[in-house]
Design a protein around this ligand. Structure first.
Ligand code: PBG
Length: 328
């Protein structure tokens, strides 16, 4: 593999000028690489700051026109919608997930009517934005029930698809849900809906600001370790991906992002399926606060995103998406 030796070999030669560094550059970022997450709140003509995520806001639906327009103008291929459900609409079973007038459903209809297929819409499938306990599924004795939860997730998926959602992204980590959702959507004639499985989602400490944003942080009394993956494990992630591909996933997600580049690379090498990375809220806020406090400079953002491409990711969910797309 390594050929040549010093002094005939000097790797600094191609690093000497900008033009030659450009020539040998191995990876690139483009606007095509981004998925832009949007937080939703009820109300009118309002945007609300999120304390733990500097410069990120929650928007009322009437504000989405301008925001989505900005994403399209910056050539971002897809947005992801996340609702911040008012507390009074949350309950033990997360019933609001199946309300066709919930925030996500309304937002999908609004965006699809206005922008048709100019941009893709991806929606999470999980109950955490809707449950009073903040877990992704139905709870019994502090344990999230697998098969019973899937029955709800099937309905949540179908509803979102009926509203116009393009990409269904189960982020709940129940066993077998991809196959069950795929079958259910097929039964209703939605053969072409894409399934993006959060196949490898770790029980991570980097989700804090997101949970704060959707209001599940305070309600969550325990952790999610009995369904999300143990971050000490790597082989297990391959089993998760293999299962989800068999069950009908079109793409898989690895989450969080930067601490899990080894996982992205291993999946890419083993499965040749589109792998997406989620640069999660904790990663965002750490980098953003670092920049705000002048500990690191702004180019750290590009560096953090480029490493996903280097690891083999096809695209990246990132709260920096619009800012970076503007620069590219
Ligand atoms: C929940 C969900 C989470 C995120 C996306 N979907 C958090 C969790 O599992 O608790 C985290 C995203 C982020 O931190 O940016 N299904």
């Amino acid at each position: 593999m390594i050929t040549g030796k010093f002094p005939s070999l000097r790797l600094r030669r191609t690093r000497k000028f900008t033009w030659s560094r450009r020539l040998v550059q191995e990876n690139n970022l483009s606007t095509n690489d981004f998925i832009y997450p949007i937080f939703l709140i009820e109300g009118k003509n309002n945007k609300q700051a999120i304390k733990s995520m500097p410069d990120i806001y929650k928007y009322t639906i009437d504000k989405l026109g301008a925001l989505v327009d900005k994403a399209i103008k910056n050539k971002i291929p897809m947005i992801a919608l996340f609702p911040s459900t008012p507390k009074k609409k949350k309950d033990y079973h997360g019933n609001e997930a199946l309300n066709e007038n919930n925030l996500v459903c309304k937002a999908i209809r609004f965006i699809k009517k206005r922008f048709k297929n100019d941009i893709g819409i991806m929606c999470d499938v999980a109950l955490d934005p809707y449950t009073s306990h903040g877990h992704d599924g139905l709870l019994k004795n502090d344990y999230v029930l697998n098969d019973k939860t899937i029955e709800v997730l099937k309905k949540q998926s179908l509803l979102q698809v009926q509203m116009g959602c393009d990409v269904i992204a189960p982020s709940d980590m129940m066993d077998g849900r991809i196959g069950k959702i795929r079958k259910f959507l097929d039964k209703y004639g939605y053969h072409d809906v894409q399934l993006l499985s959060y196949a490898v989602k770790y029980a991570s400490n980097f989700y804090g600001p997101f949970r704060d944003a959707i209001g599940s942080k305070k309600s969550l009394t325990s952790n999610k370790k009995n369904y999300q993956m143990d971050f000490t494990n790597s082989n297990e992630s391959m089993r998760e991906v293999a299962l989800d591909i068999k069950e009908g996933a079109d793409m898989v997600m690895v989450k969080p992002g930067m601490p899990y580049l080894d996982i992205i690379r291993t999946i890419k090498d083993n499965f040749k399926i589109p792998v997406l990375a989620y640069q999660v809220s904790g990663e965002y806020s750490l980098i953003k606060n670092g920049i705000k406090n002048k500990l690191i400079n702004e180019d750290a953002v590009i560096e953090s995103l480029m490493c996903f491409k280097r690891a083999g990711a096809s695209a990246i969910v990132s709260y920096f998406a619009i800012d970076i797309a503007k620069k590219l």
